[in-house]
Design a binder for this molecule. Sequence first.
Ligand code: SF4
Length: 282
Amino acid sequence: MSKLKVAELFYSVQGEGRYMGVPSVFLRTFGCNFKCAGFGMPRGELSTEAEDIAQVAHHYTKYEQLPLVSTGCDSYASWHPDFKDLSPMLTTDAIVNRIMDILPHKEWQDEHLVITGGEPLLGWQRAYPDLLNHPKMKGLKEITFETNGTQKLTDDFKKYLFKWRNQNKQREITFSVSAKLPASGEAWEEAIQPKIVCEYEWFGTAYLKFVVATEQDIADAERAVEQYREAGFQGHVYLMPVGGVESVYTLNAKNVALATMQRGWRYSDRLQVPLFKNEWGT
Ligand code: SF4
């Protein structure tokens, strides 16, 4: 039986992107290929908030106790090695049992599964077939992979995704691609990978979702979209305001909405910020 290192597993309302407002189970896997320490910082500077908290990581025994950050990656504990002990390795059976516990009817009805991270398309691709093949997962119809769009799908996982989708006409697979712009602190060539993202479109719906704060970020998003389109990408484009905490998020939400209107793109809120203050487990 496969195992996954699980940073968080919770039930909430999807706050972002295509399924905004849909009740969803979130499976957050551990590990990411990026650090995204540039968010919320003056361009060229990197946040040390996660590193500072890591210095006292031993004080924390649960996610809920960890401080929220206003700069850098807001899910730092799902990849920073100093927090790895907060993320247990669980068998797919154990994960399914926990999912059944948190679903309101103890079975899938109209809820949606979000597999997120960290970066959920790292090595964990090999474990998802075991998870999704579990008899109690049969009623699941919609899955979103929230990815940074840098990880190729393995041949085995591609075959599996085709099979899973074709077993039931109501099934849908979505790739919510939050490609990282220079404001994240990550290098363009590593973060913007149009060929990889175009391939996601073979298996269902893929869309791009850029986190932006400034005019420069929006210009960067335009440049990235040009590269994705040149490679053949057809999906929608969303802009989402930066900000894991409300004070930062509300600063630029309206400007971001106006920017999407001018370009015929879509606006994505971050409902988890106004609704739940972006607390862990939301
Ligand atoms: S890709 Fe996502 S999870 Fe990974 S460091 Fe960046 S924001 Fe955090």
